[in-house]
Design a protein around this ligand. Sequence first.
Ligand code: NZQ
Ligand code: ZN
Length: 385
Amino acid sequence: MYNFTLQIPTRIHFGKGTIENLAELKNYGKKVLMVYGGGSIKKNGIYDSAVEILKANGMEMFELSGVEPNPRIQTVRAGAEICKKEGIDMVLAIGGGSTIDCSKVIAAAAKYDGDPWDLVINPTKITAALPIFDILTLSATGSEMDAIAVISDLTKNEKWGTSSPHMAPTMSILNPEYTYSVSKRQTSAGTADMMSHTMENYFSMENADCQKYMAEGLLRTMIKNGPIALEDPENYDARANLMWAATHAINGIVRNGCSPKWCIHPIEHELSAFYDITHGEGLAILTPAWMEHVLSEETLPMFVDFAKNVWGLSGDDDWKLAQAGIDELKKFFFETMGIPANLRAVGINDDKNFEIMAEKAEKGCIGAFVDLKKEDIIEIFKAAF
Ligand code: NZQ
Ligand code: ZN
């Protein structure tokens, strides 16, 4: 196990009725910028509940709506401008990962004199941020308890993650009931995303039993509860287990001490940057193709453990067992969860950008547990096509 320092500063209020804790915001000032997406929070009533509590606590509210899935830098700029002009004290994100990520960079940009894009491509420029609060409405990214934000500039086909301790949320409200209205498609994509976070870590955990067994537990939680939430969207326990598992997949507890660089994520971010696809769907399509590409004599023991401990398979032939584990994952993503099974199914109909996307992704993959060169990434794209 490698050395690490772990500090998770986010206060979590988990469960039914926890929105009442929004009252805490009054301890951080008066002016709050509420940030949200395309309107789901107005349909499901979360917006009204939040406004009522903020009003009752004497908060002055400003709004930025319309945050896009795969949030754009242009929206971050608009939010930062409101913060500076109005002297905003704090940012409250209500939504999924896109809204929370957008809010994080708005909060950092409010304390920065240049263009917010600088903070996306160079995290060392993030030296302060307004306090960030969120009400999570979609279980997937783990943005509610990490210090990461992923922002796109689709005019340049760029999508990059940035990270700073200043962007860790101060407090997050996690009420599983708020995810009842998430569509089947987003429930599946979210489950794939949280599984990907866990698997990106898992395949590099040879000497970290503690993290490895926790990761196996998280994966089993997701595999059990994803299909239940899909069939029965208002099943509280399924939504609760997914929500808490997603948070743990990326908050540092299973990642620290073992993980080299993630590599499926940098590859997927190129797909989103060029084709604006749903992040979790891209990950589901790429992951089995990546697994088959990196399965080797050296990595075989990890894939055998994956087959046995995550999927409950058994057998004497390690190679067959490893492949059976990968096949189970494909079946889960593409049959049980109904995720599109290849790049064509999400609208990527030719290979014209494979080379440029692979070239850009290669940089993000340096230090991954199996080294991937541009040619390897092109092979993975072809296998996923
Ligand atoms: O915009 P609204 O109307 O709210 O609709 C959203 C959106 O259309 C909808 N939705 C969210 N909650 C809902 C709901 N619909 C009904 N009921 C609810 N309760 O779902 C759609 C997708 O929302 P989005 O926030 O885009 O999804 P997600 O949470 O999957 O976030 C994806 C973004 O996060 C980034 C991804 O790259 C992508 O940009 N990531 C962030 C990470 C992080 N901060 O640590 C790590 C991840 O690996 C990921 O890269
Ligand atoms: Zn992800």
